[in-house]
Design a protein around this ligand. Structure first.
Ligand code: B12
Ligand code: SF4
Ligand code: SF4
Length: 310
């Protein structure tokens, strides 16, 4: 009935600026069930208690959206060449100098869904997600054949590396499913990410303990930062997020920057000195970071970390 619809959807996704698009079935995630169970049992979610909710939905996407027949997974490449070379400047992770991807990609997903509606010429039922629901997004990206999981637990996309966001549309159309890539041992004997992690948060390949992860402490944590973590934050001069285990990854070494006029980085954040951060009032913080992922940390958290870095 819809000839080559899946292919047409992928073309529309590319036209909208997505870097890749794959399709997977809303299958029960058997292996992930074991990974997630183990991760939660060992309390590696730290104080991200929301990770304990909706366990069944997380491992069985068909329970999340009624009548879902296919999951369209899209990637958005946010790789940027500029590194923070001045050791005095507080470090910000790459994704944080872009506008908030949750808001931006949700709009893009809606546009893609509208295109699909036009292609099918009928009302379709769908829901768009970006890091906003009980979904194992990396697993869905893996299953839709777009790439692999690295030992640092990040999803590494074919030819794009790991600086990609993942988003998806759950839809009631039966589409053509892509196959998982066969050789999943992309890391081989490499252990660069495991070895570089300053807090040893990657307990073993593919297992990340958020209790030790600097990304957790600088983005998500509500409790005060423990002394052991503070010492490392100060040594590494990290203010928000952490890219260390991605920076060393060979799959990220020969990438080129994609330029999107509608989603462009604010490089001035890579140049902001400690004192400039400190001078920000709550009001100016709210204004500058209104549409930035940095607002998630809150003004208070940023001030707490600046105290540590001083
Ligand atoms: C909780 C969370 C965090 C936590 C915990 C991270 C973690 N590794 O679990 C913290 C706050 C630490 C965090 C940090 C970051 N995050 Co985060 N985070 C999430 C969130 C909300 C859930 C992840 C989750 O379910 N964790 C539970 C564990 C058990 O699952 P998992 O690591 O995804 O592993 C699954 C699969 O990989 C598979 N699996 C596990 N091991 C193996 C091994 C093999 C061999 C195979 C085949 C499969 C496999 O099974 C697991 C499911 O049980 C997702 C959004 C989402 N809804 O998925 C974003 C998400 C994972 N984060 C994202 C990003 C960008 C980051 C940071 C890079 C931000 C930064 N610069 O600071 C860091 C990266 C740190 C790191 N090395 O992982 C992106 C990752 C994109 C990508 N390319 O992978 C996501 C997908 C958001 C998005 N929509 O783009 N994050
Ligand atoms: S994000 Fe940083 S702290 Fe977390 S696992 Fe990677 S290197 Fe370690
Ligand atoms: S740094 Fe090495 S071990 Fe880590 S994800 Fe990249 S290839 Fe895999």
């Amino acid at each position: 009935m819809y000839e080559n619809l899946s292919e047409k959807i992928k073309i529309e996704a590319k036209n909208l600026g997505f870097s890749a698009c794959g399709i997977t079935k809303p299958a029960f995630l058997e292996n992930e069930k074991i990974f997630l169970e183990n991760w939660l049992q060992k309390k590696m979610n730290a104080e991200m208690f929301y990770m304990e909710n909706h366990f069944e939905k997380r491992i069985n996407p068909s329970l999340l959206v009624e009548n879902v027949k296919s999951i369209i997974v899209v990637l958005w490449n946010y790789f940027i060449e500029n590194q923070q070379l001045n050791a005095e400047i507080p470090k910000i992770s790459k994704y944080a100098i872009f506008p908030d991807y949750h808001i931006f990609l949700k709009k893009k997903l809606s546009l893609l869904a509208e295109k699909i509606e036009k292609l099918t010429e009928k009302n379709i039922s769908y829901r768009c997600f970006v890091d906003s629901a009980p979904i194992l997004e990396r697993s869905l990206a893996l299953r839709s054949g777009l790439g692999f999981i690295g030992k640092n637990t990040n999803f590494i996309a074919k030819n794009l590396g790991s600086y990609v966001f993942i988003a998806e549309i759950f839809i009631d159309l039966p589409l053509d499913f892509d196959s998982e890539i066969e050789n999943k041992n992309v890391c081989g004997k490499c252990l660069r990410c495991v070895n570089i992690c300053p807090t040893k948060a990657i307990l073993e390949p593919y297992v990340l303990d958020a209790n030790r992860c600097l990304a957790y402490w600088t983005i998500e944590a509500k409790s005060p930062i423990p002394q052991e973590i503070s010492t490392i934050l100060k040594r590494e001069n990290i203010l928000f997020g952490c890219d260390l285990c991605q920076e060393v990854c060979p799959y990220n070494s020969k990438l080129s920057q994609q330029k999107h006029s509608e989603f462009s980085p604010n490089f001035f954040l890579f140049e902001m000195e400690k004192q400039e951060w400190k001078n920000l009032s709550q009001e100016s913080f709210n204004k500058i970071f209104k549409n930035s992922p940095i607002k998630r940390a809150t003004f208070q958290k940023i001030q707490e970390i600046l105290q540590i870095l001083t």
